[in-house]
Design a protein around this ligand. Sequence first.
Ligand SMILES: CC(C)(COP(=O)(O)OP(=O)(O)OC[C@H]1O[C@@H](n2cnc3c(N)ncnc32)[C@H](O)[C@@H]1OP(=O)(O)O)[C@@H](O)C(=O)NCCC(=O)NCCS
Length: 174
Amino acid sequence: MPPAHGTVVLREFVDADVAVGLDLSTDPYVPLVSTLPPHATEDRAREWVEQNRARWPTGKGFSFAIADAGSGQGLGQIGLWLDELPHGRASAGYFVAPAARGRGRAADALTAATAFAWTIPGLARVQLHIEPWNTASVRTAERAGYQREGLLRRYMEIGGRRRDMLLFAALRPG
Ligand SMILES: CC(C)(COP(=O)(O)OP(=O)(O)OC[C@H]1O[C@@H](n2cnc3c(N)ncnc32)[C@H](O)[C@@H]1OP(=O)(O)O)[C@@H](O)C(=O)NCCC(=O)NCCS
C-alpha cells in the first residue's frame, strides 16, 4: 500500500507530473529551494520529473509525488531525506502546486510521509526547516503533529541571503 492520508496518496513521479512542475515553477519561493527554475519550460519541468524519479534508487531518500487519492492527479512533491539516517534523523520538505493549495493537501501529505517514516528502522525523528514568515508551512507542520523546537539563526543561504529557520520535529511514537 502506498503512503496515504485524507485526500492524498504519495506515489512515484509519472510523465504527467510535468504539469505539476510547470505550475510549481510559477511560485516565487519554490525555485529558490528546488531544482526548478522560475517559469520553467516544458523541457526543464520534464527534467525535474526525471530528477525526482532518479532519487529513489540512490538511498538518499524518497521523493514522492503528492497526488489526489481519487483521480491520481499530481498536486505537488514531498521529500523524505535520509542522509542522517545513521544518526536516527530524517528531514522532510514539501511543495503544493499553486492551483492545488488551500485544501490541506500539504498537511495530509506530511502526515502520510511521517507515518511512512516510522516504517524505516532506526529513525527516531523527522525534522523540518521552515522560514519564520512561511505561515502556511508552519500551519502544515502543526496540523501534521510537528512541534516547534527553536530558531536556527542564519542557518542557510537561500536566494543569496543567509536565512533564519524554525526547526520543527516529529518523534517516533511510543
Ligand atoms: C506551504 C504549502 C506546502 C502549503 O500547502 P497547502 O496544501 O496549500 O496548505 P493550506 O492551504 O491548507 O494551508 C495550510 C495552512 O496555512 C494557512 N495559510 C495559507 N496561506 C497563508 C498565508 N499566506 N498566511 C497565513 N496563513 C496561511 C491556511 O489557512 C492553513 O491554515 P489552517 O491549517 O489553519 O487551515 C504551500 O503553500 C507551498 O507549496 N508553498 C511554497 C513552498 C513552501 O513554502 N514549501 C514549504 C517549505 S518549508
